[in-house]
Design a protein around this ligand. Structure first.
Ligand code: 2U9
Length: 366
């Protein structure tokens, strides 16, 4: 007994450099037992991982935990052996209490994780996104189907054309305003973006003799850009050339087409018009599809909406393409697909057709 430990609680100085450890009074054995009970109670009642961790650091922390401080007091105790044993018991009780609470908190944490990650297998699945055709494609295919059933075939041609196919052979005079850069988009070396699909019919007539029945859908371009016009839009044009074709054939064909594309109740009226490539020419109005003829803002209260241009192919155009106008005659027509798509699907603005906004495609299902 005695020895270094006898200076104990008097707070003898040492060389540890830790003022707290050096000056702390040496607790009695009873106090150590009491400390153990208090630690067990506090640890057992730590409600969260954070409070458990705070207790662990304050008791068992490697640098300045209570256990380390108390251990440093062993050499100062009057009865080092008894104090050492009591300390070991305290240390074991604190460590057991920390381990037991750790196990319990881990169990609670795991249960909470399982609860949070639980999947309700009875929920309905997420519907996969289904692609859909653009309204202009839908209308184009519908029109193609009607004319295919009338014996027409589909012809396509280049979007980059030259003056001859786009204007000259179609009987546009040299000084026609459509040939102006204000209306037509020219590219280098005098070529241009076709302003209508008529060059496709020109190419068809140059390539073969009547009977000819073709329809020509495609993109066309004009130097126009405002709320009602887009610099690129879509047309379908048709051409029928054979012996004995009359204005009656034109009328009958277009009336059949309109009844099929819209409804059998839809009426058509033909108004005289002028195009360089047809003579006579007519614009075709149909019963307004919004108000069914009663008058509304869309049809400017006329009950009609204009959808088609048409006419008997000018004999000079047939002649330009190597077809004998004394033997053959024909009719032609053209319509803007975008306008038909807009009024068929209730799309108010031509721009929304070309903005690639998927919400539009989701609303229009073929
Ligand atoms: C050839 C001979 C004749 C095609 C025609 C129209 C009338 C017409 C417009 C409708 C609205 C263009 O999209 S739109 O702006 N089209 O009015 N098109 S007759 O006549 C032809 C074509 C080719 C060889």
């Amino acid at each position: 007994m005695g020895g270094p430990g006898s200076t104990g609680s008097t707070g003898a100085t040492g060389a540890t450099g830790r003022a707290g450890a050096n000056t702390a009074p040496v607790p009695t054995l009873e106090e150590l037992a009491l400390l153990a009970s208090e630690a067990e109670a506090a640890i057992a009642s730590s409600a969260t991982r954070a409070s458990w961790e705070a207790l662990r650091v304050s008791w068992a922390g490697a640098k300045s935990g209570r256990l380390k401080e108390l251990q440093a007091l062993i050499p100062k105790a009057a009865d080092k052996r008894a104090f050492g044993q009591a300390f070991n018991l305290l240390k074991a009780r604190v460590e057991d209490a920390l381990a037991a609470r750790d196990t319990e908190l881990s169990r609670v944490e795991a249960a909470a994780r399982v609860e949070a990650e639980r999947v309700d297998v009875t929920l309905p699945g997420r519907r996969p996104l289904v692609g859909s055709l653009h309204p202009v494609t839908l209308v184009s295919r519908e029109i193609e189907a009607v004319f295919r059933s009338l014996g027409y075939s589909i012809a396509e041609g280049p979007e980059l054309e030259d003056d001859r196919y786009n204007f000259a052979l179609l009987n546009f005079p040299e000084d026609h305003p459509a040939r102006d850069a204000q209306d037509t988009l020219f590219v280098e070396d005098g070529r241009l973006l076709r302003t209508h699909t008529s060059p496709v019919q020109i190419r068809t007539m140059l390539a073969r003799q009547p009977p000819i029945r073709v329809i020509c859908p495609g993109r066309v371009y004009r130097n126009d850009n405002d709320l009602r016009h887009s610099p690129m839009f879509h047309q379908v044009e048709g051409l029928c050339v054979a012996e004995g074709i009359t204005l009656g054939d034109l009328k009958g064909t277009l009336e059949a087409f309109i009844a099929r594309l819209f409804t059998r109740q839809t009426k058509a009226r033909f108004r005289p018009s002028y195009f360089p490539f047809t003579e006579p020419s007519a614009e075709v109005d149909i019963t307004c599809q919004i108000c069914l003829g009663n008058g509304c803002p869309t049809c400017s209260h006329t009950g009609w909406m204009e959808i088609l241009g048409s006419g008997m192919v000018d004999p000079r155009v047939l002649d330009n393409c190597g077809i004998d106008p004394d033997r053959y005659s024909g009719f032609a027509f053209g319509l803007g697909l975008d306008r038909v798509a807009m009024n068929k699907y209730g799309i108010p603005n031509i721009r929304s057709l070309f903005e690639s906004d998927e919400r539009l495609l989701r609303q229009v299902r073929g």
